[in-house]
Design a protein around this ligand. Sequence first.
Ligand code: G3P
Length: 217
Amino acid sequence: MKLYIDTANLGEIEQINEWGILSGVTTNPSLMAKEGEVFEEVIEKITSLVDGPISAEVEEGDAQSMIEEGRKLSSIHPNVVVKIPFGPEGLKAIGALSREGIDTNCTLIFSVNQGLLAMAAGARYISPFVGRLDDIGHRGMELVEDLHQIILEYGFDTEIIAASIRHADHVKEAALAGADIATIPHKVLVQMLKHPLTDQGIASFNADGKEMKRKHE
Ligand code: G3P
């Protein structure tokens, strides 16, 4: 499973990218709004930081407006993936952009049937929102499991991006459920580093190593 960061914050992207583990970046309008910068400029800067798919979301509207905005976003850099909110107009836009060779990521997927429609329309990626399903009492990861089974069974050329990841266990569960990608907030990527036994182990190895050096001085 590939790891993406789910943020529009350049500092967060730079920091995590230095670990050498990032395969891509996803953004959404809410993440963009937090940064308060010009959308297209932020996307361009992200493409210069990370060499992988960068999802940039169009404003929901009729198919034509999303197609036109999608074409503009795609012209920023070949790695830009046009993120399209799910819906009938979104399906039309996904179809049109995919016929032009532009990769799309269909977002706000909350059911298997929505995923099936997005894949049939030609979405290169689909983004089931795990955390938001958990929030309303469902088991969000079940959607990832089901979509994975369907892709295996029918051979759709679509990758699953497990999105709305809220904690480190979601990442492990996404990998076990068959997600191709998990897009992870900065805070959760940092949580993934942590284990108390690692900290204790480093402390005792360091102490023993210093003691050994001291004895041989
Ligand atoms: O980028 C889409 C998704 O990851 C949003 O997550 O936490 O706002 O539900 P969240």
